[in-house]
Design a protein around this ligand. Sequence first.
Ligand code: SF4
Ligand code: SF4
Length: 324
Amino acid sequence: MQLDHFKFFSANLTNTCMLRCKMCHFWKIAPEAQQTLPLDVWRSTVAGLAPCVNPGFPIILAGGEPLLVPDLSRYVAAATAQGFSVSIATNGYLLDERAIEQLIDAGTRAFCLSLDSLDPSLHDELRGRPDCHGRVLRAISLIKRHNPATAVSLQTIIMDATLPGLLDLTRWALDEPTVDSIYFQVVTQTFATPLVPHWQDSPEHAWLWPRDLRAALFALDHLIELSPHRKLTNSIPQFQTYKAFLSDPRHFALPTSCSIHRAGIHLDHNGELLNCHLFPRLGNVREASIPELLTSETYHRNVERILACRVNCHSMINCYFIDP
Ligand code: SF4
Ligand code: SF4
């Protein structure tokens, strides 16, 4: 079975994190519920997937925080040995010189680093620990010193607190030689919290939502103007979808149905394959191959649910967005 029509395979190797982000509560997961995908399960997963895709198919290792996974470089090496192109999505906090050397030498092609502001105090406040900002900047220069060909991509959340500095951060990223690209996500409900309808109005999450809609739309229009720039990863349709979402969050932001079932293959820290976090898991890679899980009855039932879904969720609007 060929699976090249998917854009990437993302694996959340762990559901733990050492930061205390205000917009994500992975770090509140109780110790007894914290889990990491075992290396042997990962090895057999990538070995089973490799014949279904062309060499160089992208794998994104994420979490929680993937740098908390013991021997992460061996996960990278296992995927690289099967011909995959591996990126790591990380908050950067644990990316010291030794970790960077190990991960690059194991075959990591790219690091996607969270950076929400040029202002260290704002970034650190949002991320809940001192020196997060400094560590990200140090990690960028260490990555490029170890291997200039390893890509550095920034990920920035558009939310009320980051809006005033958004365009300065963009200009810096576009001019900075050590940064290869920048990708914006629009704010959605705090991660790892139970979904609530109209979260923008709820006392717990409302502070995230841009209060100044005109400023948000102005910033997005500016990003659209800049978007021919090779370093700006979002497409114009995605920025336009962000505008629609911010203008009327109660209205489904896509002009078409959600297409997450076509965007990526997603594995969680338990080894469960899923096409949408809201609907039943497709099954566990310990018990069935990825091609079997992607042709199962649950998969087809989920596709029907996905096509009918009208939730403006993080996955649809950000990471798994496909141009309509
Ligand atoms: S957003 Fe990332 S860094 Fe922050 S708590 Fe969640 S997983 Fe950790
Ligand atoms: S919009 Fe979100 S919740 Fe609905 S099917 Fe798509 S990914 Fe799932």
